[in-house]
Write a protein that binds this ligand. Structure first.
Ligand code: GRF
Length: 217
């Protein structure tokens, strides 16, 4: 629930693909449910729907890829420079297919979020993305799956969870039907998780996040 007494949190959204999570974050801001402003969108993929969506909404949007730079250092410095230039407070990964450089993770400690289409720590890690996640869930025979918003650390999908929600796995599910059911949940919980940061309600203690007033999540 939007709190009108707080300043919008300044978001960078990193996305590689179609950008439906970016769109849902934008819609929640427009609808007044999320105290945030997307100040920059970054993609490693010049053809991503996310860049197009951002540009159509007059949000600064940049194609930034390691391939454009001679060294790792110059790439990281450029990325970090953009985040500083736009005074970014929270980095939101929304289908970003590249590992975030360690220096950025350290600079934005506990201020980078990711969303994963399963209930971590199950069905996460390197290689478990997109349809591979849902295929693995179906093959294992799990009865529930879901989505997890978590803080990003140096590994794939291992940081502290912030928000999780389940969905049932149905007998006749395919990876497509399961993905669609979970995507709907992603679009609901990612804006809610970001709002918790906007309201300053998230504290990280070891691997746990403590959410203030969890009954109002
Ligand atoms: C989502 O399923 C998300 O969980 C995963 O990548 C997908 C991105 O979809 N990390 P979209 O580009 O936001 O539509």
């Amino acid at each position: 629930m939007k709190n009108h007494n707080i300043e919008p949190i300044r978001l960078a959204v990193f996305a590689s693909g179609r950008g439906s999570n970016l769109e849902s974050i934008m819609n929640n801001i427009k609808a007044g449910r999320l105290d945030a402003k997307i100040v920059i969108v970054v993609s490693n993929n010049s053809k991503s729907g996310a860049l197009e969506l951002a540009r159509n909404n007059k949000i600064p949007a940049f194609h930034i890829s390691r391939l454009q730079f001679e060294t790792d250092e110059s790439y990281v410095e450029h990325l970090l420079g953009e985040l500083k230039k736009y005074d970014v407070q929270l980095v939101v990964l929304a289908g970003y297919m590249k590992k975030v450089p360690v220096k950025i993770i350290q600079t934005f400690k506990h201020r980078i979020l990711n969303i994963h289409p399963a209930l971590l720590p199950s069905f996460g890690g390197k290689g478990l993305y997109g349809k591979y996640v849902h295929e693995a869930v179906l093959e294992y025979g799990n009865k529930v799956s879901g989505a997890t918003v978590h803080i990003v650390d140096e590994e794939y999908d291992t940081g502290p969870p912030v928000y999780q929600q389940c969905v049932p796995v149905l007998n006749d599910d395919t990876h497509e039907t399961l993905a669609a059911r979970i995507l709907k949940v992603e679009h609901e919980i990612y804006p809610k998780a970001i709002q918790l940061f906007a309201e300053g309600r998230v504290t990280v203690l070891g691997h746990k996040t403590i959410i203030a007033d969890p009954q109002t999540m």
